[in-house]
Design a protein around this ligand. Structure first.
Ligand code: SF4
Ligand code: FES
Length: 336
């Protein structure tokens, strides 16, 4: 076991654990963001650099700091290591620069992108990004590509995190796409636009951190924050059958896999569950989905804690004005 201190909080983790996973064990704001690392995908990580942290002390044996910021998803902890994440101005500055890099070619088309509201890059840009761009050159553009009849690829939005290629490699036995070319010519392609056609290909949509791979059965049907997500399941012979139904009234607009608080799929689902069961009677509903993300997706939702807090505060004020001797609390911030 190794003891590591991250932003002043000590945690003990098995040897070989990465700094990112040690931080996730502590949880909260100090957890570095991650755009390419994905727990269930072997060898993922090390591509996007948004998870940079500062190692202020290497280990008890060798306390020298690491000379440069390191990718926390790829750097294992050492006993006695001291790490700075959100507490370091240098780290925050570097993450801001990485977001600027990621946005060099990524179009700012959130108003028409299906991923808006659940896009990791959108959330990251809100938290770490700069308000303006310094980029003046033309952005690279690509034609949209149909990858089979259910998935659409917008290469312009891709950040080359490689997650979808790992899904195809590790979850199916039929990878027919990958990253072609190098440098700013790199692109995800099926080479001859061949269909990605296997039972689990739809999971590429769920792992894509941006709106590069979208579900053609859901495209432009609704903004995600106008839908009502519920947990549901069905008996399936190919997968666990545990999904989220994104409903509008009684219509099921989309079926997706369930994700944890880091936006990672907990159980991959098959294409039959994802694309072929859009009737309420196909499913056993378990209850409303807890919306974890502190992003635009949580707008309009029954669980909005800011509205609950506001309601509580108003009730408190009314009580106070009625003569109860309760000191009013400061009004909660709406974006809290
Ligand atoms: S299409 Fe999506 S998942 Fe695939 S590399 Fe690009 S951003 Fe990553
Ligand atoms: S999450 Fe660590 S480099 Fe992408």
């Amino acid at each position: 076991m190794a003891k590591v201190t991250i932003d002043g909080i000590e945690v003990e983790v098995p040897d070989g654990t990465t700094i990112l996973n040690a931080a996730r064990k502590i949880g909260g704001e100090l957890v570095p963001p991650a755009m390419c690392y994905y727990t269930s995908l072997k060898d993922s990580g090390g591509k996007c650099r948004v998870c940079l942290v500062k190692v202020a002390q290497g280990s008890t044996k060798d306390p020298r700091p690491m000379p440069k910021l390191v990718a926390s998803c790829r750097t294992p902890v050492m006993d006695g290591m001291v790490v700075q994440s959100k507490s370091s101005a240098e780290v925050l500055e570097a993450r801001k620069a990485v977001v600027e890099f990621l946005l060099i070619n990524h179009p700012l088309d959130c108003p028409i992108c299906d991923q808006a509201g659940e896009c990791d890059l959108q959330n990251l840009a809100y938290e770490h990004g700069a308000a303006a761009t310094r980029y003046e050159e033309d952005r690279r553009t690509f034609e949209k590509i149909d990858i089979g009849d259910k998935i659409k690829l917008h290469m312009t939005r891709c950040i080359l995190c490689y997650r979808c290629t790992f899904v195809a490699d590790q979850l199916t036995n039929d990878r027919v796409h990958g990253v072609l070319s190098r440098g700013d010519k790199s692109e995800i392609s099926t080479y001859i636009h061949k269909a990605v056609d296997n039972d689990f290909s739809g999971n590429m949509i769920d792992v894509c951190p941006v709106g590069a791979l979208t579900d053609k059965t859901f495209r432009f049907k609704s903004r995600v924050w106008f839908t009502n997500p519920v947990d549901a399941h069905r008996n399936c012979t190919k997968c666990s059958g545990k999904v989220i139904l994104w409903k509008k009234g009684d219509d099921i607009l989309r079926v997706s896999a369930r994700k944890d608080k880091y936006g990672e799929v907990t159980e991959y689902i098959c294409n039959e569950c994802r694309f072929e069961h859009k009737t309420v009677s196909d499913w056993t509903t378990e209850g409303p989905r807890h919306v974890e993300h502190n992003s635009v997706i949580s707008q309009n939702h029954y669980e909005r804690t800011d509205l609950l807090k506001l309601k509580k505060e108003i009730e408190r004020q009314i009580e106070f004005e009625k003569g109860a001797h309760l000191p009013p609390e400061p009004s909660p911030k709406l974006h809290e």
